[in-house]
Design a protein around this ligand. Structure first.
Ligand code: ADP
Ligand code: ZN
Length: 829
């Protein structure tokens, strides 16, 4: 309902608007639209409204006419959102206990005793949300049980919503083409006031020269021209006063790629598998909207989201692009995007980690130049503001970014690519707890665009959907140009330990292999999933481990600044002189972190050039990019790092990869431990031998005969998936059942436990749910809060959401206790 129906009969009615105000109240507020604004107010706009005694801003979610003599809107008795919530409850089985009340809907409907105030104004005439995007946000609110205004907030960068956010304006100098252009410029507020005459300009020789120079370059920023032509702002103003140029403020783009070298690239000739995958993607038939046929290149586009269409369910199908590491998935994405651009449509590419972004951005910017916008967390507010507006106005057609880029306001969206779709960084770990991959699939459905989920190691959820035919599957089973997959060696750490009397950081096999690479001028990547010098500081006498007092985790020793750091709350302390328990003075460092491994490595190879990449070495802006650029330029022989280096990197000269301890993730108390281990090993191994020179991988483990590690070593995803799916089915775990966690937190342990227990016991009575006892999670205490967890499983997410809404209403929590539901929880710890 983007515009209001205007007819003589409705003119007498009040026009009402429902507004979501950023207060986490999970309800909408109804306001009246003053007659003079009736034609301007649109769904999705940001409005200024009175709220209590102050002014607030909120998004218009519905605009409707109030019928005469009624306090409710007859055309729209319930909001779409309320309908969704209601239907979720209707399909869920009702709880059997009689004292349970069913939840009410999240929308506050106006009642007769509700005083409706008029809105104060429209903050921005251009809507922030299209109707399709509002639908998507409502779906997220509903699916994740989150307040709608939190979901709206998650979908627009804060930098864009700040009341004082604006483009950066600088003075721009433009040569006057003819004398006629000057008076107009003067009228529009430009500084170049001039006499409206046709007589020749009276310029000094110097001014004449300067003007010719400016004409030659076509104008420029004041600062830039002063630098380039060794002149001053005063001279430029004098020239403007004589009518030679105009000087006026103009928006200067804050470009996140400014100063970064981006080499233009041309499409590569695809191999057979890539060709087939691309055909599969471009030929997927999007659902026909309202009988509209697909458009052809050059045809004007209509915005699909404004069309009044039904949710396509029959022929809409996301595609899983399952391609082994080095099979050339990125080239397929690039050409699929080029195809969309040819048809006048835009694209979004989601990438998992910030470390991936610089390299990926360069690959996309190299192909599509200025059409690419970047959205990621390391941008300045100004850069983010400008990039977002370039997307909204259509100046940028291709968006590359992490999780939140799935909300980018791309016009006429044709394609969403989710690269490394299995990556856990797509899941937001605060409200709203959405998974950007799933949001991408829903956005594809709402906006009728193609969705490609790419990975060498798909999540079992996505793989299962592809197996059942819910998603289409395109496979690329070999690397490009006939490059072989790397040779993988498993190193039994147990045997090595016997030889060394303790577990070595580097086995002899691995050291020999590194030495050979150093000799040949090839590069090595070493992977260790733990940062810091060593994991814990343990008393040699009593075995007591030094832990953070606010969190139930051991401190990690960092050698760089000789201190103990908590990786949960960020707190730190100097290493103790004596054991707090027994007073002994000797400590041992157990476990190995990246810093300690780096140190050991320097001892073994004093002449090698070593780079380390982990959260500690990349705290500075651009430091990811700097480290990776150095490594790419072969300014280092060895790169050692955490999972940051596991994914997506493409370095042709890397021929050796070492996984220092494959068991770290295998032993996690999480039902996805096997899946994570497989992904990790397959992805890290995938960094070796990506070009002409063949690659070799050493995986150090205490469990060389574990079926997961064996399958990962052979990069046999299908075998791993089929084994693991059987186990998940037997255990009633995802993807066969939906899995959620509810986390209860309080400053007092007993209080958190009491409420977790109460909720668990009540939810156990809700039909269709399997509910665990209240469990202490692996992280029992974090930042001073005690935590308990309840695990919930059901056939559908709707059942879990409905049960949660019911219990939150029926048993309101005291304010000392916080509870959060995490549907499709990925972090079980
Ligand atoms: P993936 O993402 O599947 O691991 P990439 O897209 O990074 O693989 O591609 C691996 C390498 O192969 C890159 O250096 C890329 O430029 C190159 N490549 C991709 N497609 C082709 C092709 N058709 N011909 C030649 N080289 C290609
Ligand atoms: Zn802590």
């Amino acid at each position: 309902m983007p515009t209001l129906p205007r007819s003589s009969s409705t003119l007498t009615n009040r026009v009402l608007v429902k507004v979501a105000i950023d207060l986490a109240l999970d309800r909408l507020f109804t306001y009246e639209v003053p007659v003079e604004l009736c034609r301007e107010v649109k769904v999705g706009q940001l409005l200024c409204v009175p709220f209590g005694h102050r002014e607030a801003r909120g998004f218009a979610l519905e605009v409707m006419d109030e019928a005469p003599g009624s306090d409710m809107e007859p055309h729209n008795p319930q909001s779409a959102f309320a309908k969704v919530s209601a239907s979720a409850e209707a399909t869920a089985d009702k709880p059997s206990t009689t004292n349970c009340q069913l939840p009410t809907t999240n929308c506050q409907l106006p009642t007769t005793n509700y005083k409706i105030k008029p809105i104060l104004g429209i903050a921005d005439p251009a809507p922030f949300f299209s109707p399709a995007m509002l639908k998507l946000v409502r779906w997220i609110a509903d699916y994740t049980c989150s307040p709608i205004e939190m979901c709206l907030k998650a979908a627009v960068p804060a930098a864009v919503l700040k009341p004082n956010a604006k483009p950066k304006e600088l003075l721009f100098v433009e040569p006057c083409a003819g004398r006629a252009a000057c008076p107009q410029a003067a009228e529009s507020g430009a500084l170049g006031t001039t006499r409206p005459t046709t007589e020749p300009l009276e310029l000094t020789r110097y001014q004449q020269e300067l003007l010719e120079n400016i004409r030659r370059v076509g104008g420029g920023w004041v600062q830039q021209l002063c630098r380039e032509f060794s002149t001053t702002p005063t001279t430029l103003r004098a020239l403007a006063a004589k009518g030679g140029v105009t000087i006026a403020p103009r928006a200067q783009r804050r470009d996140p790629l400014a100063g970064r070298s981006v080499l233009p690239t041309k499409p590569l000739l695809l191999n057979g598998m890539q060709r087939a995958a691309l055909d599969r993607i471009v030929n997927v038939q999007p659902a026909v909207r309202n009988g509209q046929e697909a458009r052809f290149p050059g045809e004007p586009s209509t915005h699909p989201s404004t069309a009044n269409y039904q949710l396509p369910t029959t022929n809409y199908q996301p595609i899983l692009l399952h391609g082994v590491t080095g099979s050339g998935k990125t080239e397929v994405y690039l050409q699929a995007i080029a195809h969309e651009l040819d048809y006048g449509r835009g694209a979004i590419v989601l990438v998992p980690e910030i470390s991936l972004t610089p390299q990926t951005v360069r690959r996309f910017a190299g192909r599509f130049g200025d059409k690419v916008a970047v959205l990621h967390s390391a941008l300045s507010d100004g850069e983010r503001y400008d990039e977002w507006h370039r997307i909204r106005t259509g100046a940028a057609r291709v968006v590359v970014g992490p999780r939140s880029a799935v909300f980018a306001p791309v016009k006429d969206l044709g394609l969403i690519v989710v690269d490394e779709e299995h990556d856990t960084s797509y899941k937001q770990d605060e409200t709203p707890r959405y998974n950007a991959r799933d949001v991408a699939v829903m956005r594809g459905a709402f906006e009728n665009c193609k969705v490609v989920l790419g990975s060498a190691t798909p999540s079992l959820e996505t793989w299962f959907n592809a197996q059942r035919g819910k998603y289409a599957l395109a496979s690329m089973a070999a690397r490009v140009a006939g490059h072989p997959m790397p040779t993988v060696h498993l190193v039994n750490l147990e045997e090595e330990s016997e030889a060394y009397a303790s577990a070595p950081i580097f086995s002899k096999f691995l050291l020999d292999a590194i030495a050979a690479r150093n000799r040949r001028g090839e590069q090595t990547i070493l992977f260790l999933n733990r940062r810091g010098y060593s994991r814990v500081l343990e008393c040699k006498n009593c075995g007591c481990v030094i832990t953070c007092p606010n969190c139930s985790v051991a401190y990690t020793y960092h050698s760089a600044d000789n201190c103990l750091r908590c990786h949960v709350c960020g707190g730190w302390t100097p290493p103790p002189v004596s054991c707090p328990d027994c007073g002994a003075h000797e400590f041992s460092y157990t476990g190995v972190g990246t810093q300690r491994a780096e140190q050991a490595l320097r001892k073994c190879f004093p002449h090698a050039r070593i780079l380390r990449m982990d959260a500690d070495s990349t705290a500075r802006k651009n430091s990811h990019d700097d480290i990776l650029s150095k490594f790419r330029a072969r300014e280092a022989d060895i790169l050692i790092g955490t999972q940051m280096i596991a994914k997506g990197l493409d370095f042709p000269n890397v021929t050796l990869v070492g996984v220092l301890n494959a068991d770290a993730s295998l032993n996690m108390p999480d039902f996805r431990a096997a899946e994570r281990t497989f992904q990790l090993i397959a992805q890290v191994s995938g960094r070796a031998g990506r070009a002409e020179k063949p690659g070799e991988v050493f995986i150090q483990t205490f469990h060389p005969d574990s079926s997961v590690i064996l399958a990962a070593a052979e990069a046999d995803f299908a075998r791993f998936a089929s084994d693991e799916l059987k186990e998940r089915e037997m255990a009633g775990l995802p993807p066969y059942r939906k899995f959620a966690t509810a986390l209860f937190r309080a400053k007092e342990s007993a209080l958190a436990l009491r409420w977790a227990d109460l909720y668990a016991k009540s939810l156990m009575k809700y039909p269709g749910l399997s509910v665990s006892e209240a469990l202490p999670p692996a992280l029992e205490k974090a930042e001073g809060w005690y935590r308990f967890q309840v695990q919930i499983r059901a056939a559908s997410a709707r059942t879990i959401a409905a049960a949660w809404r019911w219990i939150v209403q029926a048993r309101p929590l005291p304010k000392e206790v916080r509870a959060a539901l995490d549907i499709d929880a990925l972090n079980v710890l």
